[in-house]
Each structure stands twice: as structure tokens, then as C-alpha cells.
Design a protein around this ligand. Structure first.
Ligand code: ADE
Length: 351
């Protein structure tokens, strides 16, 4: 790919003048790069900033991450979703403490072997933090490169990604590996944007870009559409007793593993069916109210939810598989996945 040889110089000159000031860029320690990149895999830059600051304030080193109790960790991640990613981060942190005295190894292959770290994240840590000339090819970079080289290959294919990584690796300037990777990512994020017209007028690569030369930039990159999601109907219950509401812990495996949730059942239940279920739990319902429908989209599943608020008499003990928690404690201590956000607001409800 001859044309890629020429991108480094204009890209770096552009980056020097146009890069956004971001908290993890000012001080690219390996741990900060790692945390920011995992957060950025799932959330926009602006939304990540406050999470990033809060996370680093409470867990300022890899050792702190290795040692924090799981429930506190989930609470710090609340709202970001994809909780397995932070669980994997903790596993990796434990390995770094055991094997590398708590310091991220300055070696691409060793970083890549850690749980939850793929070739993109390993390349980002290795290059931004240590200046190691390894590529960091994410969706932004794949879009830029598909356009610059006018490649119609499907960027969802592993083999296509690997080939792009090899091409990038061959042209990384050894003295500015991190800045070069970041400049490609930044260009994809703010100029060579997806969904709608890229800002080719502002692009430092417009003279080199083969897609732009032929006016086909909006056709690229090519992606196979993702598989359609499975739809699940669920009925969510807000069980209220005085100042307390019922929570349940999810199983240790599968969707939202090990997190707390509002009690919920498969299917869309009628009022009478809900009341029967509540009585089966050994609770005495006093009132029931239908709540608005809500939808939550996970990566492979969509929940189509109906909800009911049910006021129950003060229970003697906790019913099986769930427990009642004071509402203030709920907010302070328990992380409840965003999937339930439409219903947790009814904790404050009196009816
Ligand atoms: N998106 C993913 N990683 C990024 C980074 N390092 N800078 C800006 N946007 C990003």
C-alpha cells in the first residue's frame, strides 16, 4: 500500500494543531490509557470524561483496581454497561500485580495476553504510553483507511482488520508512534466521520485520499450488517413496602451476570398474573399500578418491557431469592443496570 507511506507527515502536522485536549492524553500513563480505551469502546468521549475522572480518583493505580471489592467496582461502572469489561480489567489488574509488581509491562505481546485486552487496546497502551511502534486500529481507523485506500473490503472481517494492522505497522514513525496512532483515531472521530458527509474540506489527507478523488467516500467503509437481535418480552416489578424496594441478584453467568436487578419475569403478564406471582412469593399485595412500557437494547438482545408497581404489606422476612432495601441505601450501594432505568425512578413513587 504505497499511499500509506505518505500519510504520516500531514497527519502528524494536523494532529499537532487540531487534537482535542482530553484528560487521558495530557498524561498518557499506561493505566490511564487502558481505563480510557475500555470506556471509549462503548461510550462517547464527552460522556466518558466524568466516569474517567471518578474512576481514577477512587482507583488511582492498578493495585487499587486489583483490590477493590467487586460490588464497589460495579457501582463505579454503573451506567457504562458491558460490565464484563470491567470485570476483565480487574482480572488483568490482579495478573499485573502478581506477575509484574503492579506495573503494566512495556511489551506489546505481554499486554495483549492480559484478559480483556485485544489487539487494538494493546496497541493503544503500547504506543500511547510507551512509544512502541505497534498499530491501534479501531473502527475510526478502519474507516479512515478504507477511504484513503478506497478499499471495499468488509471491515467486520478479522482478516481485513489484520491486513490493515499490517499496513499501518509498516508506516508508523518510530519517534512518534503514539501520536501517529492517535492522529488516525482523531481524524476518524472528528473529520472522517461516519453517518453522513465526512468533512473532507478540513482533512489533511484529502490530496491522498482515493475515495475522495472519486467522490465515493460516503460509500465506505463496507460492513456486513450486524445480526439482528433477539427480542425478549419481560415484565418488571417495582415491589414497594414502606420506604423499601425489592432487589434481586442475577446469576453469576450470562447477561448482566452477578448484578442487582428489579424482579422481572419472562413474557408480558396481566395484572392478575402479577398479583398471583407476588402472593406466591409470600407477599401480600395492597395495590398495583401499571407502568409505562420501556425498551432496552443490549448488543445481541432487546428487552421489550412492561412494568407494574406493586405496594405490599411489610413482609416478615425477605421473600425467596430477593430482598428489600431502603431506597437511600439502594442509590448509595447497589449498581442497577441501565436496562431498568425506566423503572427505578418509581422507587420514589408513592401511590
Ligand atoms: N475513541 C477511542 N479511543 C479514542 C482516543 N484515544 N481518542 C479519541 N477518541 C477515541
Amino acid at each position: 500500500m504505497e499511499e500509506l507511506r505518505e500519510i504520516a507527515e500531514p497527519l502528524l502536522a494536523w494532529y499537532d494543531g487540531h487534537a482535542r485536549k482530553l484528560p487521558w492524553r495530557d498524561n498518557p500513563e499506561p493505566y490511564r490509557v487502558w481505563v480510557s480505551e475500555i470506556m471509549l469502546q462503548q461510550t462517547r468521549v464527552e460522556a466518558v470524561k466524568p466516569y474517567f475522572e471518578r474512576f481514577l480518583k477512587e482507583l488511582p493505580t492498578i493495585r487499587h483496581l486489583a483490590e477493590v471489592p467487586e460490588e464497589r467496582l460495579m457501582k463505579l461502572w454503573e451506567g457504562l454497561g458491558y460490565y464484563n469489561r470491567v470485570r476483565n480489567m480487574q482480572k488483568a489488574a490482579c495478573r499485573i500485580v502478581e506477575e509484574y509488581q503492579g506495573e503494566m509491562p512495556a511489551d506489546f505481546d505481554r499486554i495483549r495476553e492480559l484478559p480483556g485486552i485485544g489487539s487494538y487496546t494493546a496497541g493503544a497502551i503500547a504506543s500511547f504510553a510507551f512509544g512502541i511502534p505497534k498499530p491501534a486500529v479501531d473502527g475510526n481507523v478502519l474507516r479512515v483507511l478504507s477511504r484513503v485506500t478506497k478499499s471495499y473490503e468488509d471491515i467486520m472481517k478479522q482478516a481485513v482488520r489484520r491486513k490493515m494492522e499490517e499496513r499501518v505497522e509498516a508506516v508508523i514513525p518510530c519517534d512518534r508512534a503514539g501520536d501517529f496512532n492517535q492522529s488516525l483515531i482523531e481524524l476518524g472521530a472528528i473529520v472522517c466521520v461516519p453517518n453522513g458527509a465526512p468533512k473532507c474540506g478540513e482533512c489533511p489527507l484529502k490530496m491522498l485520499c482515493r475515495a475522495h478523488a472519486e467522490g465515493v467516500e460516503e460509500e465506505l467503509p463496507k460492513k456486513t450488517p450486524p445480526k439482528s437481535r433477539r427480542i425478549e418480552d419481560r415484565t418488571v416489578l417495582v415491589l414497594l413496602s414502606d420506604n423499601r424496594a425489592a432487589l434481586r441478584k442475577r446469576p453469576g453467568k450470562g447477561l448482566l451476570a452477578g448484578l442487582y436487578e428489579l424482579p422481572n419475569l419472562e413474557g408480558h403478564l396481566e395484572r392478575e398474573e402479577v398479583l398471583a406471582y407476588v402472593r406466591e412469593l409470600g407477599l401480600s399485595p395492597v395495590r398495583i399500578q401499571e407502568l409505562p412500557r420501556a425498551k432496552h437494547v443490549f448488543s445481541h438482545i432487546e428487552w421489550h418491557m412492561e412494568g407494574y408497581a406493586v405496594k405490599v404489606e411489610e413482609p416478615e422476612g425477605d421473600p425467596k431469592s430477593m430482598f428489600f432495601v431502603e431506597k437511600e441505601e439502594m442509590e448509595r450501594r447497589y449498581s442497577i443496570p441501565a436496562a431498568f432505568a425506566a423503572y427505578t425512578e418509581y422507587f420514589r413513587h408513592r401511590f
